[in-house]
Design a protein around this ligand. Structure first.
Ligand code: ADP
Ligand code: ZN
Length: 603
């Protein structure tokens, strides 16, 4: 008799209930239908095809572009007692032949294949002789040129519909934007009514955005206060900055490693592997460190530079907290980011239309950075979703921003931009407002104009914050054609004439953002009770041993969610152990005794 999805969920995966739309998608696919599944990272996409593959006859074919990801998935499934294998270019001829034979015999539940391997004539031919339960196309946004990871080879995947018309196909992605979504439906020929879209909210991620002044001390304080001993990613815009920041973090006593496309391929792979297999590694990276990170316990993602768009920001921060446990997204941004990004946009070879789109995306991102509202509400609205109430788990919710009447300040800033000829950047204009004696100011005679020195009531940092907000409100426009100087925005005249008021967010600039140097760097306490925490550390140590014996990342043995429950519930019998999340039959047989021993030794 066929197994029911619930049985598979409980017995094999060790979970009590389905998340979100999983149940609906699974029933729909088991009934033989196609589907496009849009869920955020950590939303539980894998089960949407793994369970139907185990419930239907035949082997589930999973197409995935990332070799490291395939390996981890297959390893995780094997740990669960599922018969899974992988086919890609890294295998030997013999290994490939063996797996192909298993496919033919039907002795596999799931096989992961790279698109390049799949699309060879020989392999397609072989597949036509095998019995398939379903075809899953993972990272389906790779089919779209709008997406950020376009892979031409994905365009050829629609051949699967012709070759296997009766096999249900499901495409999965965490990319939410409209054009990409439409492209996937069209190119893979999946009908619109077979669309499953879950909420893109990631409630376990806390969003914080700070100003960039003193960003390095702020970063250290953030890590020390919230993430001692945790795994995390620090994103920087350039390769050289990655190297500098990684060196600096190491010098400050952190376990940090660099990652960018300019590094030797081997070194890069080693660093990625350490991040995955060891605990508490911080990777400092450009966005080259991206897809292919399925580590569930990344506890924070910090940006030291502004990402390109809200989409990129959401995708990058989405790598935190896949396991659903509390995580942080932290961003420091400043005026210098703006000029750099605008410079990138202007100097790229893109069409004017494309440049305008990029500019709009940047504006939306600025709006997020400078909002006084709940960050999550702004983020979700950008993706066409609405959240009724403020989330209570972002910086603006937790520490509501005060606003101040900045009408006069704005008038001063705008008229100073105007009087200096609408061609200078913020740093210069602020110097004029503050009455600096710099040689340049004297050279241009700007120490003689009426706005010279009229802004001394604010500090440099406060002016920078004001300028950022004026740009976000389009009262100032960064000149796309010239050298990144500011022009007055079209809506600035009302303010200059005193007809409109301007409210801006009041930022707190503390002079002592420094770290508390004497604080010992112990691993972060994740449980309130000290004894539970001590047990958790023992459980982690046992997991580490098992993982290194088997040469797999610790999360493949058990996710943190399982260890936390173990420490809290302290099961004493096999039956109790089996009730923990993520403990299915196979893991129960393999690991219960060892972990129970650790628990009983703590009494
Ligand atoms: P995605 O591929 O969408 O990023 P995953 O499939 O990796 O997400 O799942 C994210 C996390 O949620 C994993 O840690 C997984 O074990 C867990 N998970 C998935 N489905 C369930 C469920 N029904 N109950 C509990 N945990 C689940
Ligand atoms: Zn909020």
């Amino acid at each position: 008799m066929r197994k029911s999805p619930e049985e598979v969920l409980n017995n094999i995966f060790g979970f009590d209930s389905f998340l979100g739309l999983q149940n609906e998608v699974i029933d729909h696919v088991i009934a033989g239908n196609d589907a496009l599944v849009l869920m955020p990272t950590g939303g539980g996409k894998s089960l949407c095809y793994q369970i139907p593959a185990l419930c239907r006859d035949g082997v589930g074919l999973v197409i995935s572009p990332l070799i490291a990801l395939m390996r981890d998935q297959v390893e995780s499934l094997t740990q669960l007692g599922v018969r899974a294998s992988v086919l890609n270019s890294t295998l030997t001829h013999g290994e490939i032949k063996a797996t192909e034979q298993e496919l033919l015999e039907g002795s596999l539940d799931l096989v992961y294949v790279s698109p390049e391997k799949l699309l060879t004539e020989e392999f397609l031919n072989h597949l036509s002789k095998c019995k398939l339960s379903l075809i899953a196309i993972d990272e389906a946004h790779c089919v779209s040129q709008w997406g950020h990871d376009f892979r031409p080879v994905y365009l050829k995947l629609n051949i699967l519909k012709k070759l296997f018309p009766d096999i249900p196909r499901l495409a999965l992605t965490a990319t939410a934007d409209g054009p990409t979504r439409r492209d996937i439906i069209e190119r893979l020929e999946i009908k619109e009514r077979q669309l499953f879209v879950s909420s893109f909210d990631r409630p376990n991620i806390k969003y914080t955005i700070v100003s960039k002044d003193d960003s390095k001390s702020k970063l250290i304080k953030f890590i020390e206060d919230h993430h001692s001993g945790d795994s995390g990613i620090v994103y920087c815009m350039s390769r050289s900055k990655v190297d500098t920041i990684a060196q600096w973090l190491i010098g400050e006593g952190f376990n940090a490693l660099p990652y960018h496309a300019g590094m030797d391929k081997n070194d890069r792979a080693i660093n990625q592997d350490k991040f995955s297999k060891e605990e508490g590694v911080i990777v400092v990276a450009t966005i080259a460190f991206g897809m292919g990170i399925d580590k569930p316990d990344v506890r924070f993602v910090a940006h030291l530079d502004l990402p390109k768009s809200i989409e990129s920001y959401y995708q990058e921060t989405g790598r935190a907290g896949r396991d659903g446990l509390k995580s942080n997204a932290w961003l420091a941004y400043g005026l210098e980011d703006l000029s750099k990004i605008i410079h990138f946009i202007v100097s790229s070879n893109a069409s004017e239309d494309q440049k305008r789109i990029e500019r709009q995306k940047l504006d939306a991102l600025l709006g997020l950075c400078e909002t006084m509202r709940c960050r999550r509400q702004v983020l979700l609205e950008y993706f066409g979703e609405s959240l009724k109430n403020p989330c209570g788990n972002c910086d603006t919710c937790l520490e509501p921003v005060k606003s101040f009447d900045a009408t006069v300040a704005t008038q001063k800033a705008l008229s100073c931009v105007y009087k200096t000829g609408e061609r200078f950047g913020a740093a210069y204009v602020i110097d004029v407002l503050l009455g600096s004696n710099s040689a340049r100011i004297v050279q241009f005679n700007h120490n003689k104009i009426s706005t010279y020195g009229i802004g001394k009531e604010y500090s440099k940092n406060q002016w920078r914050s004001i300028f950022r907000q004026l740009v976000a409100k389009n009262l100032l426009v960064v000149d796309m054609e010239g050298h990144g100087g500011y022009r007055l925005g079209e809506n600035s005249s009302g303010v200059l004439r005193g007809e409109e008021k301007v409210l801006l967010r009041e930022e707190q600039f503390s002079k002592t953002a420094g770290r508390s140097r004497d604080k010992p760097k112990q691993a972060k306490v994740t449980l309130d009770n000290e004894e539970d925490e001590a047990l958790l550390q023992d459980l982690r140590a046992h997991r580490r041993e098992l993982a290194s014996e088997q040469k797999v990342p610790p999360f493949i043995i058990f996710h943190d969610t399982a260890l936390l429950e173990m420490a809290k519930k302290r099961p004493v019998s096999i039956v109790e152990f089996g009730k923990l999340p993520g403990v299915g039959k196979t893991k129960l047989e393999r690991y219960a005794a060892g972990f129970l021993k650790v628990i009983s030794s703590r009494g």
